[in-house]
Design a protein around this ligand. Structure first.
Ligand code: FES
Length: 107
């Protein structure tokens, strides 16, 4: 039987990197693959790896709105995301971390 646990991360960022090789619109054919790499580097550069995980995902079912990035467990989605949005996403993640770490500190 599977062992159920709470997520070890404060934020888990999933970046759709699914590609259809140009047959239909897909995140991986746009900037999804580069986005994942740049987000991963940005998280590492900020020293957040202990709390934030960046993972690639398969199709999230909203291909027409891609590239798609989602953050869980907060349930935040970014659609039509580009490399220009990385700083905004990092800003949002920083706020989530600050709030959650402050919450943990007072418990
Ligand atoms: S290819 Fe990214 S949501 Fe479908």
């Amino acid at each position: 039987m599977a062992q159920q646990d709470k997520t070890p991360y404060i934020c888990h960022i999933f970046v759709c990197t699914f590609t259809r090789s140009g047959e239909r619109k897909s995140c991986g054919d746009e900037e999804g693959i580069e986005l994942r790499a740049v987000l991963k580097t940005a998280v590492g550069a900020r020293g957040w790896k202990k709390w934030v995980r960046v993972s690639q995902s398969g199709c999230l079912g909203r291909c027409d709105k891609g590239p798609n990035v989602m953050i869980y467990p907060q349930g935040i989605w970014y659609s039509q995301t580009s490399l220009d949005d990385v700083e905004e996403i990092m800003h949002d993640v920083e706020k989530i971390l600050r709030d959650r770490l402050a919450e943990l500190h007072t418990q």
